[in-house]
Design a protein around this ligand. Structure first.
Ligand code: BGC
Ligand code: IFM
Length: 831
């Protein structure tokens, strides 16, 4: 069952009922000010850091789920009231539609002959959310309505805001000036920022105190002010500050009016400064926010006034919307496919790339499954995300790489996470996830292949954020590579450390969460558990390192690295393969994990994907056999489960993985992230039919058909879908912020459709279903545009028979870099 449809022309998903199986959200913002917005306008905003600069309040896991807060509007018409976005008033609407587009959301609701359409977006280079509200009188009578706005302020630090009530209830401060409601509560010693909510029309009333607006025993669905049709003009003093305007609107039949509301964030000064005097002036000559002698907080409103003036007219707002559209059109035009399959086209051209940009911006911080107060930026996560957006914003990818590498530790390992505001490694979690360093190599090689910018290797980059430890980025890669071979276990396989990619496979019995160490039952104090997955990653990514070293003329290093890689392949085939697939690991007692000998968890997906991508077992059929085992043991109609059989009891020596009920998350859930590795592996061995079949099982445009089972947004990937052992098989969780986005983009764009950036050009190496006849790709690469037509007259999966570039046949399968900024016509014949 579907709850909407794709509008590909406008790059929108159109939701036709407010009662979706779960709130279906979108993201606004692309630089510093970000918002989450659901199909009923629920969600919240923050500036840069979802934990420390939360602007509006949201109650996670609220009842009902999506009434935790939002930017809400209410229409009052002659004793009746409703919300044009359905929530929070939840009065029946004659018409409802929500269009989630690229960086904006448009919600339309009609009742009593009043149609309200609200466009929510964050303009480029702007620290605020703009709401363009259009109200049309579709009836034949004159209408005198009142529009009430509503949002609730968060007291900046989202964690404190939801816990420290003994303080919070006495700190709230607001100020109302004309049609602008300012939120100026201070967060402890910080006094340099404030927020505001404005409307570009005179107001007939306002409220800034939550209880006065709602009534002590009423919720957002039935605010007493709205029910009565009259603001209280309340000024908050402590408790819970909010912002609500009341605008009176008179409409002739068919007449329409437009208003602009702005939720903005302003800082009085740019630099961090913790102590200053009342009335001190910053370098721009602006008065700093400060505590006046009478104890009230004086803010400098100049910045807010400038921001409000910028979008005072609908014309300016429409122009900003066009600019936003143009921004996204440009980002999304770097890779485009035209094929017989609309679902494929919309995933590749629109939604998958959009999701990759969202994961770039948000990492794993704030979604309807991530509370924004937990994780900062993940070293592993962010490096992988980069694979999905590097072609769209190479400059920011470069910056991200340096930020990430600056948190690397001198021994080549890495802090597992860092906080985006400070960019400092998180000591509480520390390092010691032994897959982490390899992802840096993968990100850097992907970046250089995309851009040709070898200079990045020379950038003097700190270790552990300490400038005195800085070394060229190339040194970071070397130490990352060495970190693996300097930490080998009894079989010569890499030590797993606290965990590898699978956070929950805690073979040394440490939990992921600080302070929650699992009971230790290791034989050797948690020292010798080994990971075949890291070994597989090493053969794949280590070879990438060796090739890079060769490219930069460091032959000695390249030869050394290649030797290590070859050696690891031998070790894998000797100790990491048994029966019909690759093992997953050895535990601290030296016992196999992911072997037929195991009672449960006989086979795991991760090592099959990486060992095959790393060319292990390609020559003796073992790779193929392993992938056949994947299909047989892990395959389901909704995708591949992570392991099988699922763990049905707790194994203290395996850690968190076995604490999950069978079929969920890392315990035999369908992890969409590593489904992509199997697509890549199938492509490596040339089985395009299987690769694409796996793709269609999890790509949202294909799962849209059964949205009532899947439940989450049909336009973006979720991290996990409940596996075959789960009671709710097929139900998804954790949408949006997941490495699934980037890896599925890599799988489809590079491995299946087969356009791979290489150091010396664009490699054409598809692995497609044999029944495909033809498809076209346009790819922007290093300033040129390639218009590539791939035909498949012999119905093969793989193999380039002929490559013609600008009417000239080219040897091999690499389109050279022209660097002339022109468009080049490419014809590829498979066979
Ligand atoms: C989850 C993992 C997650 C980890 C860190 C675990 O509970 O299952 O998917 O990566 O926590 O947040
Ligand atoms: O690899 C991790 C990732 O870093 C966070 N989400 C879950 C994955 C698997 O445990």
């Amino acid at each position: 069952m579907k709850f909407g449809f794709f509008d590909d022309l406008n790059k929108e998903y159109v939701i036709t009922t407010p009662e979706t199986p779960y709130p279906w959200i979108n993201y606004l913002g692309s630089q510093a000010f970000f918002s989450l917005i659901s199909n009923t306008a629920g969600g919240y905003s923050f500036y840069k850091d979802a934990k420390l600069r939360r602007i509006t309040r949201f109650r996670y896991n609220n009842v009902p789920l999506d009434l935790g807060g939002g930017r809400y509007y209410y229409l009052y018409d002659n004793g009746d009231f409703w919300s044009p976005g359905f929530a929070p008033a939840k009065k029946e609407l004659e018409y409802y539609e929500c269009r989630h587009g690229m960086g904006y959301t448009k919600i339309t609701g009609r009742r009593n002959g009043i149609e309200t359409k609200i466009t929510f977006f964050v303009p480029l280079d702007y620290n605020g959310e703009v709401h363009k509200v259009s109200i049309v009188n579709t009836s034949n009578q004159v209408k005198n309505v009142k529009l009430f706005s509503f949002l609730e302020w968060c007291l900046w630090n989202a964690q404190e805001d939801s816990t420290n009530f003994q303080r919070n209830f006495s700190t709230g401060e607001v100020e109302v000036k004309g049609s602008v409601i300012y939120h100026k509560t201070e967060y402890k010693e910080r006094r340099d920022h404030y927020a505001f909510f404005s409307v570009n029309a005179p107001i007939s009333g306002f409220d800034s105190d939550r209880e006065s607006f709602l009534g002590t025993y009423h919720g957002f669905d039935n605010p007493q002010v709205v029910a009565r049709g009259e603001s209280n003009n309340s000024v908050a003093d402590g408790w819970s500050p909010i912002a609500s305007h009341c605008v009176e609107i008179s409409l002739q039949p068919k007449e329409s009016k437009e208003l602009v509301f702005i939720l903005g964030y302003a800082e009085n000064k740019l630099e961090e400064k913790w102590e200053y005097q009342v009335g001190e002036v910053d370098t721009d000559g602006l008065l700093l926010s400060s505590v006046a002698p009478n104890g009230t907080n004086v803010i400098n409103k100049k910045k807010a006034e400038e921001m409000i003036a910028k979008y005072a007219t609908v014309k300016a707002v429409d122009q900003a919307l066009l600019e936003l559209k143009d921004y996204w059109d440009k980002l999304l035009s770097k890779y485009n496919v035209k094929s017989h399959d609309d679902k494929l086209n919309r995933m590749v051209n629109i939604w998958n790339q959009y999701q990759c940009m969202v994961t770039f911006n948000l990492s794993r911080s704030a979604s309807y499954f991530e509370s924004g107060i937990g994780r900062g930026m993940g070293f592993r996560d962010s490096n992988q995300d980069l694979l999905g957006f590097v072609h769209q914003i190479p400059d920011r990818a470069r910056e991200r790489i340096i930020d990430l590498a600056s948190t690397q530790l001198p021994d080549g390992g890495a802090y597992h996470q860092y906080q985006p505001l400070t960019k400092k490694g998180n000591d509480e979690i520390g390092g010691n996830f032994n897959d982490d360093p390899l992802w840096l190599i993968l990100a850097v090689t992907a970046y250089i292949k995309e851009t040709g910018d070898y200079d990045i290797l020379e950038v003097n980059t700190p270790y552990d954020n300490k400038l005195e430890l800085a070394k060229p980025l190339s040194d970071h890669l070397k130490r990352a590579f060495n970190h693996v071979i300097e930490n080998l276990g009894p079989h010569g396989l890499p030590l797993i450390g606290r965990a590898d990619w699978n956070d929950c496979l805690n073979l040394n019995c440490f939990s992921m969460d600080p302070g929650e160490s699992f009971q230790t039952v290791t034989s050797k104090d948690g020292k010798v558990a080994e990971s075949v997955m890291i070994a597989g990653m090493f053969t794949y990514i280590g070879e990438e390192y060796a090739i890079l070293m060769d490219k930069v003329g460091n032959n000695e290093e390249s030869i050394r690295a290649m030797k290590e890689v070859e050696n690891m392949r031998d070790v894998i085939m000797k100790h990491g393969y048994d029966g019909s697939w690759f093992l997953r690991a050895y535990d601290d007692f030296g016992r196999k994990i992911g072997s037929d000998e195991c009672e449960e968890g006989k086979i795991f997906i991760e090592s099959q994907g990486f060992c095959v991508m790393g060319k292990c077992g390609l020559n003796d059929g073992k790779a193929q056999k392993a992938l056949d085992s994947v299909e047989k043991r892990l395959g389901t109609k909704f995708g591949l489960v992570l392991n099988n059989p699922a763990f049905t009891r707790y194994y203290v020596e395996y850690g968190e993985i076995s604490t999950y009920p069978a079929g969920y998350k890392e315990n035999a859930g369908i992890f969409c992230h590593n489904n992509a590795w199997i697509m890549c592996a199938e492509a490596v061995i040339g089985r395009g039919d299987k690769a694409f079949d796996y793709y269609t099982k999890i790509a949202p445009a294909y799962t849209e058909e059964y949205s009532e089972i899947h439940r989450l947004e049909p336009y973006v990937y979720a991290q996990m879908v409940a596996g075959k052992d789960a009671r709710r098989f097929g139900e998804a969780k954790n949408s949006w912020l997941t490495g699934t986005a980037s890896w599925n983009f890599v799988a489809i764009s590079q491995y299946i459709l087969g356009i791979k950036p290489e150091y010396d050009g664009l490699m054409i190496d598809p692995a497609i279903p044999t029944d495909w006849e033809v498809y076209q790709i346009t790819r922007e690469f290093r300033g040129d545009r390639y218009d590539i037509t791939i035909v498949n007259p012999y119905h093969v999966s793989k193999g380039v028979k002929k490559l013609v570039v600008d009417a000239k046949e080219v040897e091999g399968n690499i389109i050279p870099v022209f660097g002339d900024g022109l468009e080049h016509k490419v014809k590829v014949i498979l066979g």
